[in-house]
Design a protein around this ligand. Structure first.
Ligand code: GLU
Length: 502
């Protein structure tokens, strides 16, 4: 094989199921996914659930659902399988044990019998004598293997520590985002790879997995940069090639502090439930720390999946900008065809809200298309459509907004306006005669004919029909309501059209 040939890209997203999928995690997942796709590589999803006290199966399911909603399809992982499984760390304990045993057998790891009290005392002493080396004092590094064996057989608790070569020197992390980052040898101690309870530590399990799964690029949050020199020690002990690291910056809230609940929604699910489109949300998150060029803001998924590169990832923290997210969302909503809007936004939301049944919508398709044409320009979040369309589903008894009634119906001119509108509209036929243009044409001459102010006239009719002074265009709304309901609502509103006595 040509020695200059590049290894096929294999990347992984490895969330710990200790909570929901956070926007920071989602962005890490997006970058891994996009990097894999842009390089014809493989995207692996691995569940890092080695912390049994904080990991739950429920969270795992929530994360998988969020990944699916984001549209980040993985090539190997839970639900999918692959040649390097299992893809859940708790199912890989034997693999970690074997890897640790091998290092132990090769003299690259050793058992440590120090109690927590002894470790604390050693640390305190190192601090007091201002020892430049403050880590584990390598107390058990040179215990005779026979003695160690005896103590283990006698039931003494022990951890397993990696034996960092004394002449290892400083560790340089070549990071694709941060450049070369040097970690000093004095900060590298013989750290624990297996705890006394028989579970592996994160720094060990992760490297065993990444090495065995052939991961070529580790793209993750920069809170893990400080773990990287230790992980490099594990790669070296295992004799495995060190992957390329890319540590991506934190996401901050608008006040410059780490993004948290205080700033607003932090989990992917909350954004989904609020009514963001997955495409818009992925586009927005991708831009938090990455740029296609200087100024392109709308980057569809397929462009992301072909153009993403690590050299355009910024090492500076990114600030979550809720306004920009909404702006991008609007661009995606407005770019949808009315038909897509019907099937991807309108119907799912109306069904979810219980306004529509999941019945075949085909017979009402024109009706939905008309509704889409007036709601789409007024939609940011998909669930906005529910409140805006509700008046169409209330039969003769529309819910009146009190303020709107007071301002538009409880007026001395209102009865005249409603009566005139009723007469003109009743003159229109049903069916094909009941169309927006005809409705508008019937209403248009009325203010002048009856000497009514236009705004007042339409305000009264609008509130009578829609219950609220803020509603979509009237002609279309009445077409959607249909002739019978339109007339019935005018009748029902008439009694409200009186000036309250003072
Ligand atoms: N499981 C780790 C986390 O959720 C990620 C580990 C890694 O990417 O190396 O933070």
């Amino acid at each position: 094989m040509d020695s200059t040939a590049k290894k096929p890209v294999r990347v992984r997203f490895a969330p710990s199921p200790t909570g929901k999928l956070h926007v920071g995690g989602a962005r890490t997942a997006i970058y891994n996914w996009a990097f894999a796709r842009a390089n014809n590589g493989t995207f692996i999803l691995r569940i890092d659930d080695t912390d049994p006290t904080r990991s739950t199966e429920e969270n795992t399911q929530i994360i998988l659902r969020a990944m699916k909603w984001l549209g980040l399809d993985w090539d190997e992982g839970p639900d999918k399988g692959g040649d390097f499984g299992p893809y859940k760390q708790t199912d890989r304990l034997d693999i970690y044990k074997q890897a640790a045993q091998k290092l132990w057998d090769e003299g690259k790891a050793y058992p440590c019998f120090c109690t927590p009290e002894k470790l604390a005392a050693d640390k305190k002493a190192a601090q007091e004598r201002h020892d430049p080396f403050q880590g584990y004092q390598r107390t058990c590094r040179d215990i005779d293997p026979e003695e160690a064996k005896r103590r283990i057989e006698a039931g003494e608790p022990y951890t397993l520590r990696i034996k960092v070569p004394l002449d290892r020197g400083d560790v340089m992390v070549h990071d694709a985002v941060h450049g070369d980052v040097k970690f000093e040898a004095k900060d590298l101690d013989d750290f624990i790879i297996f705890r006394s309870d028989g579970t592996p530590t994160y720094n060990f399990a992760t490297v065993v997995d990444d090495a065995m799964m052939g991961i070529t690029h580790v793209i993750r949050g920069d809170d893990h940069l400080s773990n990287t020199p230790r992980q490099i020690m594990v790669y070296e002990a295992l004799g495995a090639p060190v992957p390329t690291f890319a540590h991506i910056s934190m996401i901050l809230g608008p006040d410059g502090k780490k993004l948290s609940k205080r700033h607003g929604a932090t989990s992917v699910e909350e954004y989904r439930d609020q009514g963001y489109l997955s495409d818009a949300f992925v586009n927005y998150l991708a831009l938090l720390g990455w740029a296609l060029d200087g100024d392109t803001t709308i980057i569809p998924r397929d462009v992301l999946a072909s153009k993403f590169s690590l050299d355009h990832v910024s090492k500076n923290p990114a600030t979550f900008d809720f306004k920009k997210l909404d702006w991008i969302q609007q661009q995606y909503v407005q770019a949808m065809s009315d038909e897509d809007f019907v099937f991807e936004v309108l119907l799912p939301e109306l069904v979810e809200a219980g306004l529509e049944k999941e019945a075949e919508p085909e017979h009402k398709k024109d009706w939905y298309l008309l509704l889409a044409s007036i709601l789409k320009p007024r939609t940011t979040l998909t669930r906005d459509v529910v409140d805006k369309a509700r008046f169409l589903y209330e039969g003769e008894d529309v819910t009146f907004d009190e303020k709107s009634v007071k301002k538009n119906l409880a007026k001395d001119y209102a009865a005249g306006a409603l009566t005139a509108a009723r007469e003109a509209l009743a003159a229109l036929g049903d069916g094909d005669a009941w169309k927006t243009d005809a409705i508008n044409a019937a209403l248009d001459p009325l203010p002048d004919a009856y000497g009514l102010n236009k705004r007042k006239f339409y305000g009264a009719v609008r509130v009578a029909e829609c219950g609220n002074q803020v509603s979509p265009p009237l002609g279309e709304s009445l077409e959607l309501l249909g002739r019978n309901l339109t007339l019935a609502r005018l009748d029902k509103a008439l009694p409200l059209a009186v000036v309250p006595e003072v």
